[in-house]
Design a protein around this ligand. Structure first.
Ligand code: ZN
Ligand code: ZN
Length: 257
């Protein structure tokens, strides 16, 4: 079951096209905010008909003959990033820029819809910027200093702007969101603030650490899951996730029977 950029396309039956491939039967998958950006046209490398989704849990059906660390029947977590583990970037822990892989699943090659999470757990105060002046609230909470770290996780100019407006001197703006439009960078106010802006395509290098925090109950992944759908109801799941505010949706789980 598939969602292509042109919905309604039938699933292609995969096969191990390389000795190092594995075929995984998808058991659970999700819709990522990135998928919504793709449907909006923000990631033009994704061509029509592409099967979206780049995270999932499944069972290995088949492995290529050069695969030595996994075998048929293994339950596996699929990351959005594919890494060879050997190239210069992989050795630096920058799997997202792997010379052989990187972000290819659901981007330039097909994948199934899937799940893994990048939600900060750190929160003590929640500010709804539609109801309150977020800049004023953040300065109020921080004795007029601003935020040491601002994470931009949406990928639109307004939220990037907000991050630059609330950042404290010496602070760090971490951009996570997928941007389809340019943003305005207010250097006229930022130049003297000693701030750092970082960007990064998720590297999945911390996934094993994330798995450990879930297994040791330090992180309760279940709290993030607000909706369940059968994989066949994926269009309904997309509608729910695309209207997250209306539906109170955080993360949707799609289960393949
Ligand atoms: Zn994603
Ligand atoms: Zn690599």
């Amino acid at each position: 079951m598939v969602l292509g950029k042109s919905p309604g396309k039938k699933s292609r039956i995969p096969f191990c096209s390389s000795l190092t491939d594995a075929i995984v039967k998808i058991y659970k998958t999700t819709i990522c905010g990135t998928d919504l950006h793709i449907l909006k046209g923000d990631v033009p490398q994704v061509t029509d008909g592409r099967i979206l989704g780049h995270e999932g849990i499944g069972i290995i059906e088949e492995v290529g003959s050069a695969v030595t660390t996994f075998q048929k029947g293994d339950k596996v977590l699929i990351s959005c990033i594919s890494s060879c583990g050997k190239c210069t970037y992989c050795r630096k822990g920058m799997y997202s820029h792997c010379e052989q892989g990187g972000w290819i699943l659901g981007h330039i090659i097909d994948d199934a819809q899937a799940e893994y999470v990048r939600i900060p757990f750190s929160a003590t105060h929640t500010i709804n910027s539609q109801e309150k002046d977020a800049v004023k609230e953040v300065f109020g909470l921080t004795e007029n200093v601003g935020a040491d770290v601002a994470v931009e996780a949406v990928g639109i100019p307004a939220t990037f702007d907000l991050c630059t407006a609330v950042i404290a001197p010496g602070g760090r703006i971490a951009n996570v969101g997928v941007h389809g439009k340019p943003v305005e960078l207010h250097l006229e106010t930022l130049w003297s603030k000693n701030i750092t802006i970082t960007t990064r395509l998720v590297d999945t290098v911390t996934t094993p650490m994330l798995m450990k925090t879930v297994l040791s109950n330090k992180l309760d992944g279940k709290k993030l899951i607000t909706h369940h759908f059968a994989l066949n109801d994926i269009m309904q799941a997309y509608d729910t996730f695309a209207n997250a505010a209306r539906e109170n949706a955080l993360k949707v789980i799609l289960t393949s029977e």
